[in-house]
Structure formats: structure tokens, C-alpha cells
Design a protein around this ligand. Structure first.
Ligand code: NAD
Length: 476
């Protein structure tokens, strides 16, 4: 592939969009309207820290307002650029459309290494950034609702929510200005795990489609599948944890910033995660063989490769050597458009980012609804549900006793059946339903149309079709 220039992240998203649009019959002009990013706000602000003024650069990009509010995470990283934020905002538009979350796409970023600052310093920086965005309605419950992304989490979202509340003291819906908040600050059960959980549900649904699995050359279920994960942060850790603990997958490789760990027998994920938390990287962890050049593990033999760190890691430089027959893009944009073509030609199946990591925005949607309705999910129904189930159990036991059935109902059944669903169970159920439905819409297109040769194109087709109807309904 020498001589071919690697497209930027935003160009990659545009190229993937164009591949799909070429197969559609959109009215003239609408294609361009959907593709372009509506607006990107750049802010440079100063915060006095450690005895001097420090200037920070941040962005909030709004890709599409066919539905409002617009939604998308805020990333803290030194690599943040306008190009990256715009690419991520575009992905949010398509992602929300694909999983039927009623939002337009947005994304934000602050060019900063969060590890260089003390917590109280980071709080001042985050609050100031939030102030700059909120005063332009780029943080607002009905206009623009951020969420966590790389380098940010519950803590930052709580600061942002509090900052917005201070600036809008009479807004009864202030909590809905951002999602991914801690429970005690208006968050929802299951948001922290949501994106990783969504990756697990996506893979489960994939393995429920034997014709799709056959295209990878794999067989059976997730049980025993060898998995390599890049990035053991929020998304990668939860995905790896659930796949290994609940589906029998074997995590044989982990790639972090400082290198990789490999163990064909399976890594003790809990031990690796604890090591990273204590030491900041994988080096020295006894769970597996340490490889200083972690990226070589992207090319290692495995069944499922889960890039869950940053964009562009599978590119023209290594795509031809990637051996995994199945890649699930837990990160946004981990496979460049060039690499996508190389892998497609090789027959590698890619479960695309706009679907694979949509668990985060799906549960954010539930959190936003919870904040607007001011009541926790399940609060009204749970005990009533339990009381009705108790009636059924009592009646069954009465009948069993009448028929002389000695053992009656099994205790396991009674225990499970009697318990009404709490918020976490409802969130997981809603997420599972969302991931299954969205997968089916992609998979159907993939099989039904001879001109759709991959899941990514199918995902874009479904998403763009929905955005186009949104614009048409608005009369634009
Ligand atoms: P995070 O900051 O919690 O974790 C990222 C992890 O990747 C960290 O452990 C970091 O050390 C590691 N990492 C960074 N650069 C690396 C490199 N070059 N090589 C190997 N490892 C590296 O971030 P996250 O929230 O887990 O996000 C990861 C990806 O998932 C991003 O692409 C993000 O946009 C996407 N995503 C996140 C969410 C969410 O809810 N957090 C939702 C959708 C998509």
C-alpha cells in the first residue's frame, strides 16, 4: 500500500459516509447537508494555577441538529484537535440515529493531559471550560448534552452539572445538562459500565446470527474465544470483564500506553486491572509476558480483537498483518478508511464503532430521560410487580399442595420470579434491547442487498436514512 496517503480521522469518517451514500438515492444537496459539520466552537481560556496563568484550548463541535438536543462526550487528551472533534461529532450523529436515541451529534475536547494536574486544579479547569460552553448554550438540557469520553468520567460530569446549575439557578431540569454523572449527583445505575456492557451485548447478538459468524470462519459461541483488548480504560476494562466473567471468553492480550501483556492461557484480568491502577501501566505485571511495543499484539493470533483506546491504531501500516477474523470497534475510529479496505478485502468482519460503542449514548439517553422525569426508573412499579408475582406464586403453591406435589416451586425460581426489577436491571434490559434491534437492522441490510458488503456500510445506510427522514420531516 506504499504511496497511498492515510486519510485523517475526519476524512476517514467522510470516506465511510460516501461509500454508503453512493448506494442511496438522496435528493440533491441533502447528502452534503448531512455530511458537513454544522459548527465548531473553539475556546481558549486562562486559569491561574501554580502561580501563573495557563491557557487551555477546547472545542465543542455540533455536527447535526436534525434532532435536539445534540449529544456527545467531552474528551480530555493532549491529542485533541478540531479535526478529531468534528470526526467524533459526525460519528455521534450516525450512532444516535442507528440506536434510535433522539439526539443530533456533537462532541467536545479539551487539549490537556489530565494526569499532569492535581484534582483541585482539574476541577477549576473543567469548571472554567464548562462555563465557556454553557454561556453559549453548548451545554444545555435541551440544546447540547455532553457525556464522558477518554480522560473524563463521573467526577468531571458532576463538576460540569454543578457549574451549569450555578449559572442557571432556577432551571428545574439542570441535572439533564450532562450525562454520566455519579448516582448521588443525578446519574443512573449502569452508566459507568454501559459502553463495555454494550460491546458485550453486541458480540452476543453477533453470535446469535450463525450466517454472520460463518463469515468470520469462527464457530459456536463466545465461550472459549481468544480476545485481545487495546486500552483497559472504562470501555475496554468493562467489555473484557463481562466477556470473560459471563461469556467464557479468554482475554489473552492487553495493550496499554506503555506496552502489552500476552498470555495465551488467558490473563487474570482483575490482577492486570489492579496493576494498572496502582502502577499506571502494564510493565512488570506478572500476569503475562510483557512486550514493550504493545501494538504488535494487534497483529497476534486471536479470535476477537477489541480496540478500545484511540483512533487510527489499525491503519495502512499494519492492517495487512492483522490476523483476527473479527474486530469490534469499541473505540471510535480505531480502523482508518484505508485499513478498512485492506481488511474488507481479506474478509475480516468489522463490527463498526457507530454500533459497537453505542451503549454509552444509549444509557446516557436513559439518564437524560430520568433527569427530565425527576424519578428513578422502577420506583413506581417495582413493589407492585413483586406483589402481583407473589399472588401467582401463592396460587401455584396452593394448587401444588392440592395436587399433593411435595416439593412445590423450586426456591431458585421463586427467588428470581418474586424480585421486581430495579433500575440497574431495567437499564440493562433497555440497553440489550437497543443493541439487539440495531444489530438486526444492520445485519438484515448486509444480507438483503448484494451491494452492501460489510456491516459498516449497512450501519451507515440505516443511520443516514434516518437522518435524511429527520431533515425531510423538518422541511429542510
Ligand atoms: P479511558 O480514558 O477510560 O480509557 C482509555 C484507555 O486507553 C486508558 O486505559 C489509556 O491508558 C489507554 N490508551 C490510551 N492511548 C493508548 C494507546 N496509544 N495504546 C494503548 N492504550 C492506550 O477512555 P474510554 O472512555 O474507555 O474511551 C475509550 C474509547 O472509547 C475512545 O475512543 C472513546 O471515544 C470511546 N467511547 C467511550 C465511551 C464512554 O462511555 N466512555 C462511549 C463511546 C465511545
Amino acid at each position: 500500500m506504499t504511496g497511498i496517503v492515510e486519510p485523517s480521522f475526519r476524512e476517514s469518517v467522510d470516506l465511510m459516509f460516501s461509500r454508503a451514500v453512493a448506494l442511496m438515492d438522496l435528493p440533491p444537496g441533502l447528502e452534503e447537508k448531512i455530511r458537513v459539520c454544522n459548527a465548531t466552537y473553539t475556546v481558549r481560556f486562562g486559569v491561574r494555577l501554580r502561580g501563573q496563568m495557563h491557557t487551555f484550548t477546547g472545542y465543542r463541535s455540533v455536527h447535526s441538529e436534525h434532532m435536539e438536543p445534540v449529544k456527545g462526550g467531552i474528551r480530555f487528551a493532549t491529542t485533541v484537535t478540531q479535526d478529531e472533534v468534528e470526526a467524533l461529532a459526525a460519528l455521534m450523529t450516525y450512532k444516535c440515529a442507528l440506536v434510535e436515541a433522539p439526539f443530533g451529534g456533537s462532541k467536545g475536547g479539551l487539549r490537556i493531559d489530565p494526569r499532569e494536574w492535581e484534582e483541585h486544579e482539574l476541577e477549576r479547569i473543567t469548571r472554567r471550560f464548562a462555563y465557556e460552553l454553557a454561556k453559549r448554550d453548548l451545554i444545555h438540557p435541551s440544546q447540547n448534552v455532553p457525556a464522558p469520553d477518554m480522560g473524563t468520567g463521573e467526577r468531571e460530569m458532576a463538576w460540569i452539572a454543578d457549574q451549569y446549575r450555578r449559572m442557571n439557578t432556577t432551571d428545574i431540569n439542570a441535572n439533564a445538562c450532562v450525562t454520566g454523572k455519579p448516582i448521588n449527583a443525578g446519574g443512573i445505575q449502569g452508566r459507568v459500565e454501559a459502553t463495555g456492557r454494550g460491546v458485550q451485548y453486541a458480540l452476543r447478538e453477533f453470535f446469535r446470527h450463525p450466517a454472520d459468524v460463518a463469515r468470520t470462519g469462527l464457530t459456536g459461541t463466545l465461550d472459549g474465544k481468544r480476545v485481545i483488548v487495546q486500552g483497559l480504560g472504562n470501555v475496554g476494562y468493562h467489555a473484557a470483564k463481562f466477556l470473560s466473567e459471563e461469556d467464557g471468553a479468554r482475554i489473552i492480550g492487553v495493550i496499554e500506553r506503555d506496552g502489552g501483556l500476552h498470555n495465551p492461557e488467558g490473563l487474570d484480568l482483575g490482577a492486570v486491572h489492579e496493576w494498572i491502577t496502582l502502577n499506571g501501566g502494564v510493565q512488570g505485571c506478572p500476569a503475562g509476558t510483557y512486550l514493550p511495543e504493545g501494538a504488535v499484539l494487534l497483529e497476534e493470533e486471536c479470535d476477537i480483537l477489541i480496540p478500545a483506546a484511540i483512533e487510527g491504531v489499525i491503519n495502512l501500516g499494519n492492517a495487512a498483518r492483522v490476523k483476527a477474523p473479527l474486530i469490534i470497534e469499541a473505540a471510535n475510529g480505531p480502523v482508518t478508511a484505508g485499513a478498512d479496505e485492506v481488511l474488507r478485502t481479506k474478509g475480516t468482519v468489522i463490527i463498526p464503532d457507530l454500533y459497537a460503542n453505542a451503549g454509552g449514548v444509549t444509557v446516557s439517553y436513559f439518564e437524560w430521560v430520568k433527569n427530565l422525569s425527576h424519578i428513578r426508573f422502577g420506583r413506581m412499579q417495582r413493589r407492585q410487580e413483586e406483589a402481583r408475582h407473589q399472588l401467582v406464586v401463592d396460587e401455584l403453591e396452593r394448587l401444588a399442595a392440592g395436587l399433593g406435589v411435595a416439593d412445590g416451586l423450586s426456591p431458585g425460581f421463586k427467588q428470581k420470579y418474586l424480585r421486581g426489577a430495579d433500575e440497574l436491571e431495567l437499564v440493562r434490559s433497555g440497553l440489550d434491547d437497543t443493541m439487539r434491534t440495531a444489530y438486526q437492522s444492520m445485519s438484515e441490510l448486509w444480507h438483503a442487498r448484494g451491494d452492501v458488503d460489510d456491516l459498516r456500510t449497512a450501519a451507515y445506510l440505516v443511520a443516514i436514512g434516518r437522518v435524511a427522514s429527520g431533515y425531510r420531516a423538518k422541511g429542510l
